[in-house]
Design a protein around this ligand. Structure first.
Ligand code: AGP
Length: 600
């Protein structure tokens, strides 16, 4: 995610801003910049790291070195590739206003049309000279849809910083004769432990003497000063023990981010900007091949079920590493979709290039903007899951599945599903973040179960239909962070071999939600129990049948088959996480694994 810092006081601002940006590096970014105000306004920004910016700052003039007011930004690209130009801060044409912004502005393209030459704030300020920086900013924000955390400074009013938030956190640090602004407390903790958290819809004006906070509607707000009592390391993980747990809990918010600007619920419509121009060709593909690795390959399997169910287009899923070497029969009538969180996985990149050489239309679903895979595909969509620091993929997986769900519905439009059917499925999708939040509230129950199974040497994950790929994903989560051997299978496959493994030491995790194969799953559970296997089941709330059969049941909210994976995977993520922590494993950096496998 992007990071914001600001300073106004009596010390040299540049080193404080640069150090503050370093404290925010854990959020992930691909470019950085600062703006300094001392009479005139200077913006220094570039693609790359904060340390690169520090080198550039060595060339600051004496004037700018002694500037005691400034703002800084680390940008995680969501729209527009990482580049010097796309880095923040941005200046207006006159160069006397500088702005930094976090969040996703949904109507950015509309605003951009109107304001390419001038900033929004500048345009409004020019149109009414009676305004000041605060009121011009307030008025500009009324034109903005979406999430923002914004900082504005101007040489026209050189002794203040105006900040505002809606959906993207901002915190004010209170020093002695100096004030700090940041996206979270990490850059503040070494200067002060007194902070004020801005709430959504609030705008603050900060000077060396103090600050005022009002709503966007200009109503004065009384704010409580909070005393911070946690360490820097805790802040970077948002108070969670590990990045992986933080990212598991980020999923409801990420689900909103993936859908933001794409799901138009009131119109029952989906807008997938990145593939709009290719939708026709995608809809008329003879076949769709999805290539990926690891967790992304599991998302691909769910994509197969979704696209075939909703759009009735034949889909094949291939491990990228197999696809690239087997001289696949792929041509101009085919579409190849590559899925990659990092956008740098070597096998997936090679599969992409093989498909392109053979004339197929290649589309990407990536999380990292401007990544190699994203740049080499003909079209594609970003998952907007934010940086995923934990090696074990969690929020990126659910974001990929939502992308595939929306793609499958978009491909069905005008062909297989009616407008009302699409609208119904979108409604179902819009309820998922709230249901996911309810599942996350079961963490302590899941932790108790994890404690009982931390000593397991093997585990079996079984599911049917949409939950078969989830069984694979649950097994991968467990094995990669706890080092317990785990396998996922279609539940019906048990009788073709794996049932020989069942004994009193074998935990078997069943995904037993109520869908078309529910009765079959119940008999599979019976088969395991009759061989003394230990059954953990994921079932729908109110299901008494399963509780009669399973040793432990984790109840999740009811949902329709195609959307169930977004819910059933969450308990499995938490189960793997807690088993691994009980075993003292390095959850964020498991042995032998890399976050992105950029070599073959
Ligand atoms: C999943 O938890 C693993 N970290 C791994 O399987 C990962 O999904 C795989 O390496 C693919 O990575 P990508 O999505 O960045 O291409």
């Amino acid at each position: 995610m992007c990071g914001i810092v600001g300073y106004i006081g009596w010390r040299e601002a540049a080193p404080l801003l640069l150090n503050g940006l370093k404290r925010l590096e854990y959020r992930g970014y691909d470019s950085a910049g600062i703006a300094l105000l001392n009479g005139s306004l200077l913006v220094m920004k570039q693609k790359g790291s904060v340390s690169g910016l520090e080198v550039a700052a060595e060339g600051l003039s004496l004037d700018m070195q002694s500037a005691t007011l400034g703002i800084g930004h680390t940008r995680w690209a969501t729209h527009g590739e990482p580049s010097d130009n796309n880095a923040h801060p941005h200046k207006n044409a006159l160069g006397d206003i500088a702005v930094i912004h976090n969040g996703i502005i949904e109507n950015y393209s509309a605003l951009k049309q109107e304001l390419t030459a001038q900033g929004l704030i500048d345009k409004i300020w020019k149109s009414d000279q009676s305004l000041d920086l605060e009121s011009a900013t307030r008025s500009a924000l009324r034109h903005v849809d979406g999430a923002y955390g914004i900082c504005v400074i101007s040489s026209r009013e050189p002794d203040k910083i105006v900040v505002a938030r809606k959906g993207s956190p901002l915190v004010i640090g209170i020093g002695t004769g100096e004030f700090f602004i940041a996206s979270d407390a990490a850059p503040l903790i070494e200067h002060t432990n007194k902070v004020v958290y801005l709430s959504d819809g609030e705008l603050a004006v900060i000077t060396r003497e103090g600050y005022t906070v009002k709503t966007i509607e200009n109503i004065e707000q009384e704010k409580i000063i909070t005393e911070l009592d946690f360490s820097l390391e805790k802040i970077e993980k948002g108070g969670f023990e590990h990045f992986m747990l933080k990212e598991i809990f980020e999923q409801p918010a990420v689900m909103h981010d993936v859908m933001r600007g794409r799901v138009r619920l009131e119109e029952g419509r989906i807008c997938l900007g990145g593939i709009e121009d290719y939708l026709d060709r995608l809809k008329h593909a003879k076949r769709i091949v999805i290539c990926a690795c690891g967790t992304s390959w599991h998302a691909a399997l769910i994509g197969e079920y979704l696209i075939e169910e909703f759009a009735r287009i034949p889909v094949e899923v291939d491990y990228a590493s197999e696809f690239r070497y087997r001289n696949p029969i792929v041509g101009v009538d085919d579409v190849v979709i590559v899925i990659s969180q990092s956008g740098e996985t070597a096998d997936t990149l090679a599969a992409l290039r093989t498909a392109k050489e053979k004339g197929a239309l290649v589309m990407g679903i990536c999380n990292v903007v401007g990544s190699t895979i994203a740049r080499e595909t003909l079209c594609g969509m970003y998952t907007h899951a934010g940086p995923e620091v934990g090696v074990a993929s969690t929020k990126a997986f659910t974001a990929q599945v939502i992308m595939l769900y929306m793609l499958a519905l978009a491909l069905s439009k005008g062909r297989t599903l009616s407008h009302d059917e699409i609208a119904l499925n979108l409604k179902e999708l819009s309820r998922i973040p709230e249901k996911a939040t309810r599942i996350l509230e079961l963490e302590s129950q899941i932790k108790d179960i994890a404690e009982r199974f931390q000593g397991a040497r093997n585990a079996l994950y079984l599911g049917r239909g949409y939950n078969f790929p989830v069984a694979l994903e649950g097994a991968l989560k467990l094995k990669e962070i706890s080092y317990i051997h785990a396998e996922g299978y279609p539940a019906a496959e048990m009788k073709h071999g794996p049932i020989a493994l069942i004994d009193k030491d074998m935990p078997v995790i069943f995904i037993a939600t109520r869908d078309s194969t529910y009765a079959k799953i119940l008999s599979n559970i019976e088969e395991v129990r009759s061989r003394k296997g230990r059954v953990i089941a994921i079932a729908n709330e109110g299901d008494q049948e399963v509780s009669r059969l399973a040793e432990h049941v984790i109840y999740i909210p009811q949902s329709s088959g195609p959307i169930t994976p977004l819910l059933t995977v969450i308990p499995l993520q938490l189960l793997a996480y807690h088993i691994a922590t009980f075993r003292g494993c390095n959850v964020d950096r498991p042995r032998n694994l890399a976050k992105s496998v950029t070599v073959e």
